[in-house]
Design a protein around this ligand. Structure first.
Ligand code: S3P
Length: 165
């Protein structure tokens, strides 16, 4: 099996669904952000402070293209779709699954979050702007789109399994 790439906006459930899928299928799970944090020995906030978004995006592409290309789940950061080269790589190397979540649900989940540098300041305004700018990019990048609204993780996994059949 080729890798499954989970894409979607911040707070769309990529980490939760990815970990559950990895357990269900008994295959390894990688998270591009987590791997970057481990390698750089800095938090995502610190990386943005030190080298800016552009620097982070370079690390992100390097990480994406260096991760396993067999049997695994790869959770990506919400901005992975911003670079065409990332999208092309994921589509050619595996199956890209977009976890589609409403902005209302995302705002609810991220209410207390302080770990996303791009949402600093007016969180709601920043999230709305990013969401509007990106939503079509997620759709276009995906092989499979899973609407996660009002679904449990188990339901989402079942839907993913059915879509892959
Ligand atoms: C980002 C999403 C974050 C992280 C960074 C930038 C984005 O990942 O990569 O803060 O541009 O949407 P999550 O989607 O896991 O929150």
């Amino acid at each position: 099996m080729k890798p499954i790439y989970l894409i979607g906006f911040m707070g769309s459930g990529k980490t939760t669904v990815g970990k559950a899928l990895g357990e269900q299928w008994d295959i390894p799970v990688f998270d591009t952000d987590e791997e970057i944090v481990k390698k750089q020995k800095m938090s995502i906030n610190e990386i943005f402070e030190n080298i800016g978004e552009k620097g982070f995006r370079k690390l992100e592409t390097d990480m994406l293209t260096s991760l396993s290309s067999s049997d695994c789940i790869i959770m990506t950061g919400g901005g992975i779709i911003l670079k065409e080269i990332n999208v092309q790589y994921m589509r050619e190397n595996g199956t890209v699954i977009f976890l589609k979540t409403t902005i209302a649900e995302i705002l609810r989940r991220l209410e207390q979050d302080q770990t996303r540098p791009l949402l600093k300041g007016d969180k709601k305004k920043n999230a709305l702007e990013l969401f509007e700018r990106r939503k079509d990019l997620y759709q276009a990048a995906a092989h499979i789109i899973i609407d996660t609204t009002n679904k449990s993780v188990i339901d989402i996994i079942k839907e993913i399994e059915n879509s892959l059949k």
